[in-house]
Design a protein around this ligand. Structure first.
Ligand code: AMP
Ligand code: MG
Length: 329
């Protein structure tokens, strides 16, 4: 059931979490499906509800950087600096875990992914629960992440006792993930806190390749996938009237040629990439519901936030003809 995130609703959600139930709640990135991060049975429910494979670890949400040492050990200075600069915010740090974090949360890895979300409802919920909250995106595994309470209700409504509605997510794509599991920091997932910003702060980082072992499922070649096939294009000029007919066009900025498509979604009228990222997943869902024959998405330059957007689009486009599809959704 969707409920506006009033103080009373947050209290009720906290009581559910303390009892080992799950609840969906807003963060600034996407809606999360939360459970008590220190309760393995509660965390197991997340995997069951999402039909998420157990090799895919969860992000642990804490209320403040001061709580980091409760779940993580050996915190390098660069990680502390990133936390100080970006928390609360859309940055997740992967660090050596403490024993208190159950193996199911970390998928058996010796590390834990942690962040402080920049959303008043999420922070109030963590405080009211008095525990860290493990939460992946509140969608069935492999599908586009939800950025509205209604998105959660549409896909998981019958499996989640309470969905706190905090309005649309401001950031709209998942957090940037930086891992300190190896000797040198590794960027596991691009987000609106850009590689450039991170490198300016802590020096060069390695960028994980798609094939790297588990690292982050955000890295699996196919993820964030709509039901409709999606193809990346450089410009609509590539497409004949035949291909346009019945198809949808998705672009971050206005295009000069959008005639003949069944639907056109421009994510930002001014080409602002933050605005485009915030609108991306809702637009993909809207288009998907129209059941076009195909989605054509216009590529953007992979710099800054453009990298994060291109990363999501590439994964939405990938893997349909290969064996990846069956492995993943
Ligand atoms: P989701 O919120 O559904 O995007 O899932 C959380 C993301 O964080 C996944 O892509 C996880 O792989 C990643 N993650 C969580 N814990 C770890 C970890 N210990 N090491 C690497 N990545 C992690
Ligand atoms: Mg997800």
């Amino acid at each position: 059931m969707i409920e506006p995130a009033s103080k009373q609703a947050i209290e009720r959600a906290a009581a559910l979490l303390r009892r080992g139930e799950v609840v969906a709640f807003p963060t600034e990135t996407v809606y999360g499906l939360g459970a008590d991060a220190l309760n393995p049975r509660a965390a197991a429910r997340i995997f069951a509800i999402k039909e998420r494979p157990h090799f895919d670890p969860l992000i642990v949400h804490i209320g403040a950087a001061e709580q980091l040492a409760e779940v993580a050990a050996d915190i390098p200075r660069a990680a502390r600096e990133l936390a100080a600069a970006h928390w609360p915010g859309p940055l997740t740090l992967v660090l050596a875990k403490r024993d208190i974090v159950p193996d199911i949360v970390s998928a058996g890895l010796p590390t834990v992914a942690v962040r402080v979300p920049a959303h008043p409802v999420a922070l109030d919920l963590i405080a009211a629960t008095g525990r860290p909250i493990a939460a992946p995106s509140a969608n069935p595994f492999g599908y586009v992440s939800p950025t509205r309470a209604a998105h959660v209700a549409a896909q998981l409504g019958d499996r989640v006792p309470l969905i706190l509605d905090g309005g649309p997510c401001r950031v709209g794509i998942e957090s940037t993930i930086v891992s300190f599991a190896a000797d040198s920091p590794t960027l596991l997932r691009h987000g609106v806190i850009t590689q450039e910003a991170i490198e300016a702060q802590i020096g060069p980082v390695r960028v994980a390749a798609a094939g790297d072992a588990i690292a982050a499922p955000g890295q699996l070649p196919r993820h964030y996938s709509p039901a409709t096939s999606l193809t990346l294009i450089d410009s609509p000029h590539e497409l004949t009237p035949d291909l346009r007919s019945g198809a949808a066009l998705l672009a971050c900025a206005p295009v000069d040629d959008s005639a003949g498509f069944a639907a056109v979604r421009i994510l930002s009228p001014t080409g602002d990439l933050e605005e485009a990222a915030a609108a991306l997943f809702a637009a993909v869902r809207d288009i998907d519901e129209l059941r076009p024959t195909h989605i054509y998405a216009v590529r953007i330059a992979p710099h800054g936030i453009g990298r994060a957007i291109m990363d999501r689009l590439r994964r939405a486009a990938a893997g349909r003809e290969s064996g990846i599809e069956s492995r993943e959704s």
